[in-house]
Design a binder for this molecule. Structure first.
Ligand SMILES: Cc1cc2nc3c(=O)[nH]c(=O)nc-3n(C[C@H](O)[C@H](O)[C@H](O)COP(=O)(O)OP(=O)(O)OC[C@H]3O[C@@H](n4cnc5c(N)ncnc54)[C@H](O)[C@@H]3O)c2cc1C
Length: 387
């Protein structure tokens, strides 16, 4: 067993840390306040090659392993979750479906510019009527004269409304199976297709600078060859994509928790009460020591899931475990970091206030933690877990 990162991974981690500290940290508070994703930061991330990390070089990528992507997301989230989720969603949700299921032509047209960070792709699974029960999809696509005619809507879609958001891959009901169940397929929809509308930006509790919109499709016609993967396999394909996405969300949670921990150690050494630094009180020491235990165990679970994925081994249950544990660790560490900061923790100039707001969605996105518990219970063979 080897817990060391390779020299290349260590070097890369340092480079992303430098970028996060030098470029993102000075702007994090303003990005949060203005609720805008700065496109010049996205451009710099593209220059670093972040958007193409796990994709092959022939498709514009860097050919790195999944753990390297995990390190990048972790380092960004240690400073700012909005930027980290922008990368996570771009790679894990926007580009990965086309990388995994696309034809050579689809990869050439969509994956390569995504991997180079020239365009962003979105992943449209959730609908206003439901996310956990994603098979209840109401959006439809009927085949007519060699075109899919799409009608319906999608909710909470990340990276769907930026100036470089050029495509969304969505699930839609394309028919009914013999047993009466819905046939769900995945379809690539270019953003400039008539009938495709990007709704207003949501006012979110956290992830303020991340771009999130509702999407509407009104007799939106795309060529038949925009089908992604096999007809009728769209739901299964999206679930497979989410397995990888959960490791990436776990990485985001580890990074946020690490940031909250470091801010707490710093503050506890500086702030004085009763004539001593608050870090000299055992009540504060125990809080911070517990944060360290949580961060480190969440990191181990996340790296193990990424390692299993890189080894080509089964990682579904490990991804759920990592996502569940790391997101709860992030929420707890952010809350405790606010407590260590006392009143200042409730004031927006302190990063821990933003971490506190940014942490909660980690227990919701890419499958709620209740859904992760169901998946873990299913893996243990418990009855009634086949929803
Ligand atoms: C900021 C943000 C960005 C997002 N980005 C995207 C994106 O890019 N693409 C995308 O497709 N989606 C995206 N989502 C959607 C996200 O994945 C869903 O919100 C999530 O899956 C939950 O779906 P829901 O909101 O419809 O909640 P619901 O499914 O309505 O769930 C409500 C509650 O019921 C619980 N619940 C439901 N079923 C069960 C059950 N069987 N047992 C126990 N409890 C249950 C849930 O755990 C939850 O607590 C995003 C969400 C947010 C907030």
């Amino acid at each position: 067993m080897d817990f060391d990162l390779s020299p290349e991974q260590e070097e890369f981690r340092k480079a992303v840390r430098r970028f996060a500290e030098d470029v993102i940290a000075p702007r994090a508070e303003e990005m949060d306040r203005s609720e805008e994703l700065p496109m010049d930061v996205v451009e710099q991330m593209a220059e670093l090659g972040l958007f193409g990390l796990p994709f092959p070089e022939e498709h514009g990528g860097q050919g790195a392993d999944f753990l390297t992507l995990v390190l990048a997301i972790e380092e960004l989230a240690r400073i700012d979750s909005s930027i980290a989720i922008t990368l996570e969603a771009a790679v894990g949700l926007g580009a990965n479906p086309i990388h995994t299921f696309g034809t050579e032509e689809q990869k050439r047209r969509w994956l390569a510019p995504m991997a180079r960070g020239e365009i962003l792709g979105a992943f449209g699974l959730t609908e206003p009527g439901g996310g956990s029960d994603a098979e209840a999809t109401k959006t439809t696509a009927r085949l007519e004269d060699g075109h899919w005619v799409i009608n319906g809507s999608k909710a909470f879609i990340t990276n769907s409304g930026t100036p470089i958001s050029k495509v969304a891959t969505i699930t839609a009901v394309t028919g009914t199976r013999e047993d009466g169940s819905k046939e769900i397929s995945a379809i690539i929809v270019p953003a400039d297709t008539p009938g495709f509308t990007v709704g207003r930006s949501y006012r979110k509790v956290g992830w303020h600078a991340s771009d999130t919109h509702e999407l509407a499709f009104d007799d939106c016609r795309v060529p038949e060859e925009n089908l992604l993967g096999e007809r009728g396999r769209g739901f299964a394909q999206f679930l497979a994509i989410l397995d990888e996405g959960r490791i990436a969300i776990a990485a985001l949670a580890v990074g946020l928790a690490q940031g909250a921990l470091e801010e707490s150690v710093k503050y506890a050494g500086e702030r004085e009460a009763f004539g001593r630094p608050i870090g000299a009180f055992q009540g504060m020491q125990f809080k911070i020591a517990d944060m360290q235990v949580r961060v480190e165990t969440a990191r181990l679970a996340t790296y193990k899931a990424a390692w299993l994925r890189d080894m080509g081994r089964s990682f579904k249950a490990a991804a759920s475990l990592a996502k569940l544990h790391a997101s709860e660790v992030a929420v707890t560490c952010a809350r405790e970091a606010v407590q260590v900061h006392g009143g200042y923790g409730f004031i927006e100039e302190y990063p821990v206030a933003r971490f506190y707001r940014d942490s909660k969605v980690l227990e919701i996105g890419e499958g709620t933690n209740e859904i992760q518990r169901i998946l873990i219970a299913r893996d243990l063979g418990l009855p009634g877990t086949d929803l």
